[in-house]
Design a protein around this ligand. Sequence first.
Ligand code: H4B
Ligand code: PHE
Ligand code: FE2
Length: 294
Amino acid sequence: MPVQDPVIAEQTPAADHTIDQCWDRYSPEEHGVWDTLYKRQMKVLQGRAAPEHFKGLELLNLNEGGIPDFRRMNEKLEKLTGWTVVAVHGLIPNDVFFDHLANRRFVAGRFIRDADKLDYLPEPDIFHDVFGHVPLLTQPVFADYMQAYGKGGAKAEKHGMIENLTRLYWYTVEFGLINTPEGQRIYGAGIVSSQSESVFALEGRSPNRVHFDLERVMRTDYRYDDFQQTYFVINSYEELMEATAGQDFDPIYTRLKGQNDFKASDIVDGDKVYTQGTQEYAKAGGLAKGAKWV
Ligand SMILES: C[C@H](O)[C@H](O)[C@H]1CNc2nc(N)[nH]c(=O)c2N1
Ligand SMILES: N[C@@H](Cc1ccccc1)C(=O)O
Ligand SMILES: [Fe+2]
């Protein structure tokens, strides 16, 4: 259900679900929400986000304040990795989503969350999509991965394995961690755009942290509306690319069909485990119960 944003409500989305961003129609208050979120995230992400995230923010001049104008941002982004950002009215159908990614078009919500609801989102807003996802699209290998992921959608659809492919997106693009010489860092947009999960994911006692393994990830369930119970860690974007775009998923989908799934909190034989978490946060009922965590 699209958020109540008059600029969205008055538009009929195109066949590919895109709408105009209508950047000139943002109010000072909406620009203010972006600035509040931006400043807050930049504080919590020091020493926590992957260096490529900060680099992307600078390359795209997202540090200049206010909600970015896609027309100006795309001039820079397209020159760097051929990606452009298009505005959509909200969550769009899987096949349309995959097709945009396959054509290096990242879909972003136009609306921004209310000032009095900075910490909870029913669906991705422009801050999550643009501050969270777009900077990493300036990293060439990750930019290739996102397009390859989109192209992989059709094959997953054919096998009826969309859920398994979505898990891959979830545990990498949304909630992925990466090893660096300085320690583990965040590259997943769902963490990068969240003040609390930026701390929980890297320093919380509660979650597991396990090295990325393609089939393990595709078999693992995830949480949609709360902190993750397991985070998967890669060594490099090249590792992620080789493990996914570098192999044909047909036999993998066939193998997966005969195998059981894992719970989001499971530790599995063969896992390269960095942290076996206490799961205390989830056990205490998580967000719904206002569970505390450290
Ligand atoms: C493809 C996969 O199912 C995934 O949930 C898609 C669905 N539609 C979407 N629609 C929008 N606007 N943004 C998204 O991130 C997604 N994710
Ligand atoms: N190689 C995968 C496609 C894919 C590429 C990159 C990420 C995810 C999926 C396939 O054959 O379906
Ligand atoms: Fe996202």
